[in-house]
Design a protein around this ligand. Structure first.
Ligand code: GLN
Length: 390
């Protein structure tokens, strides 16, 4: 029958995160679901975009990214982490890190290859694996610290393993992978000749002295790691869709080809603004982290007061909570109740697990929001009462 979608497209559902934002609009709820800032982007970054449009940077950039932005990406990585990056042969600019991830997986995975994914995981990685024909092998991150069992990780690797996806600082848990954990991962990648695909989009959003360590900087890892990042979270411009992948030249060639036929290129004037943004001084990133720490403490206080058991994040801008103490063990029903009756939108925990049952007592709150937004959420959450158990 001709109106039948592909088997691939049938194997995953629409994004729950994006759906929750639509429901937030529908019910006039405070949106603490999708992770985008509701405060303005830095003035100088916006001004750079305006200037680029006015000076007629309005046609296609080079497919794999404007040279100015690729150079800024390479310089910043070397400045922060001491690893040289060749902007001509190792950087691909994409439409957001979302495209960087799918373009990378399409470029490096063959159908039947296995890809190791820590769970809970950012929901895109599931459909990304399906679209690239790969078979995901999940390894649990266990609360409260969201640590993994090294033996379980070792068992997930086999001769079929082509890659592992590592997201640090982590969405949704707020975990920041430690050096020891990253060394364990690197050891397995070397032993099994596997690639590492790292999503480091929250690299500057760190708390309590946590340090971000790119997996690519560990011994023998630069040659087998694809480092994904973007402007969205660091410069509060999630709608610009400017991301990138740093990878060794043979992989960059493949990623550039896939990227070219997926999207041709990211918005040219916004890439120019990116070139300026990536040269902002260290003080910008320090203030970004401090401001997020204030929001984090504020939301943790609100959630604790509302009766949740909270998992304190050490990075990124989400808080996972356990709803058991409030008498809820159905995350989807609870999220519906919150958005419809209480007026606060969150993401049901099950969207971050392969087996929905694993997330049934969890929901995720985002705190990349203005003080007024959090204050309004506090007012509304004060109406939440523990539910009598059946
Ligand atoms: N990363 C953000 C989140 O997890 C939003 C991602 C998106 O919707 N593209 O909510």
């Amino acid at each position: 029958m001709s109106v039948r979608p592909s088997a691939k497209a049938e194997r995953f559902t629409e994004s729950v995160i994006r759906e929750m934002t639509r429901l937030a609009h529908l019910h006039g709820a405070v949106n603490l679901s999708q992770g985008f800032p509701d405060f303005p982007a830095p003035e100088e970054v916006k001004e750079a975009a305006r200037r680029a449009v006015a000076s007629d940077i309005n046609q296609y950039a080079i497919t794999w990214g404007a040279r100015s932005l690729r150079q800024a990406i390479a310089r910043k990585f070397e400045r922060l982490y001491g690893l040289p990056v060749d902007p001509e042969r190792e950087v691909t600019v994409t439409c957001g890190s979302t495209e960087a991830m799918i373009a990378t997986l399409l470029a490096v995975l063959d159908p039947g290859d296995e890809v190791v994914v820590f769970e809970p995981f950012y929901e895109n990685y599931g459909p990304d694996a399906i679209l690239s024909g790969a078979v995901p092998r999940f390894v649990a991150l266990r609360p409260p610290e969201w640590t993994f069992d090294p033996d379980e990780l070792e068992r997930a690797f086999s001769s079929r393993t082509r890659a592992i996806i590592v997201n640090t600082p982590n969405n949704p848990t707020g975990k920041v992978f430690t050096r020891a954990e990253l060394e364990t991962i690197a050891g397995l990648c070397r032993r099994h000749d596997a690639l590492a695909v790292t999503d480091e989009i929250y690299e500057h959003i760190l708390y309590d002295g946590a340090v971000h360590l790119p997996l690519a900087t560990l011994p023998e890892m630069a040659g087998r790691t694809i480092t994904i990042n973007g402007m969205s979270k660091t410069y509060s411009v999630t709608g610009w869709r400017v991301g990138w992948a740093i990878a060794p030249p043979p992989l960059t060639n493949a990623i550039r080809k896939v990227h070219d036929f997926l999207t041709v290129g990211a918005a040219a004037p916004l890439q120019e603004a990116g070139a300026l943004a990536l040269e902002l001084p260290a003080a910008y990133y320090e203030e970004l982290a401090r401001a997020y720490d204030r929001r984090r403490r504020r939301l943790l206080g609100i959630l604790d007061g509302a009766g949740f058991d909270v998992y304190r994040p050490r990075g990124a801008y989400y808080v996972m909570v356990d709803t058991d103490r409030l008498g809820w063990d159905d995350d989807v029903a609870f999220a519906r109740h919150l958005v419809e009756e209480v007026g606060v939108a969150v993401v049901p925990g099950s969207s971050f697990y392969r087996d929905p049952a694993s997330g049934r007592r969890q929901v995720r709150f985002a705190f990349c929001k203005k003080e007024e937004t959090l204050a309004e959420a506090e007012k509304r959450l004060a109406r939440l009462r523990p539910r009598p158990r059946a």
